[in-house]
Design a protein around this ligand. Structure first.
Ligand code: URA
Length: 243
């Protein structure tokens, strides 16, 4: 995992503060230094200021009937996210497709069904984890998201991560991994190892839609999710208790 050296910690903090500022927050409360805690302990800790952490409902309410970018005009439903608001594992994809736009829920189409199988193979039920996308509205004809759309939307995803405070994140596919990690590195080089995302270990892996076209890469995804399972102390179903 990156973020071990002071330089990396400062770079991560700078990125976090820049992203927070983009959400409209102009200052953060001064607080006594917190005792050093592990990521796992931090995930269930209250906000450092002593105030209640922002909830997913707060964020959804603020998004409202969002028209911060042009995608708002073409959607059927805004696809915010689904699952356990206190999930240990958060899964982040690219943007809703046709089925998701229609249903208002992420990953419900064919790729979503494969994702559900992956989640279950990890020893979780779909309802145990929290699933969302970087973009909340469907780009027309599933084209790649435009930079104005990412700029308008991605801070909501960061706030969802802070609200859920998962112990690990799985980022699905090139677009999600590159956007979240602010890099242009290909997914083939990003996957297979943890990256630091604001103190949370993040594993990029191939998108399930890519796996549907390239089933021979399932082995790579299994290698990646096994690392996540190891971090979360999970065993494959049948060998241990679920959750
Ligand atoms: N692909 C994604 O990245 N997200 C979805 O919700 C569905 C398909």
């Amino acid at each position: 995992m990156t973020g071990d050296t002071p330089r990396e910690v400062i770079a991560s903090l700078r990125r976090y503060l820049e992203e927070v500022r983009e959400t409209g927050v102009e200052g953060l409360p001064l607080a006594a230094p917190a005792p050093s805690v592990s990521v796992v302990e931090a995930s269930s800790a209250p906000a450092a200021s002593g105030e209640a952490r922002e909830t997913l409902d707060d964020i959804r309410r603020e998004m409202g009937g969002c028209h911060r970018c042009a995608l708002g005009a073409g959607r059927t439903n805004l696809v915010f996210g689904v699952g356990n608001p206190a999930a240990r594992l958060m899964i982040i994809g690219e943007a809703p497709g046709r089925d998701e736009d229609f249903r208002g829920e992420p990953f419900v189409g064919e790729a979503g069904q494969l994702l559900t199988k992956i989640i279950e193979a990890m020893g979780f039920a779909r309802e145990d984890v929290y699933i969302c996308n970087v973009l909340k509205c469907r780009p027309p004809h599933n084209r790649d998201p435009a930079s104005a759309e990412i700029e308008a939307c991605s801070s909501f995803m960061l706030r969802q991560v802070m609200a859920v405070a998962p112990e690990a994140i799985l980022a699905l596919g090139t677009f999600a991994a590159q956007t979240i990690l602010s890099t242009k590195e290909p997914i083939s080089r990003l996957r297979g190892r943890f990256h630091d995302y604001h103190g949370i270990p993040l594993m990029p892996t191939f998108h399930p839609a890519f796996l549907l076209r390239n089933p021979e890469r399932k082995r790579d995804v299994w290698d990646d999710v096994r690392q996540v399972m190891g971090l979360l102390g999970k065993e494959a179903p049948g060998k241990g208790d679920r959750r």
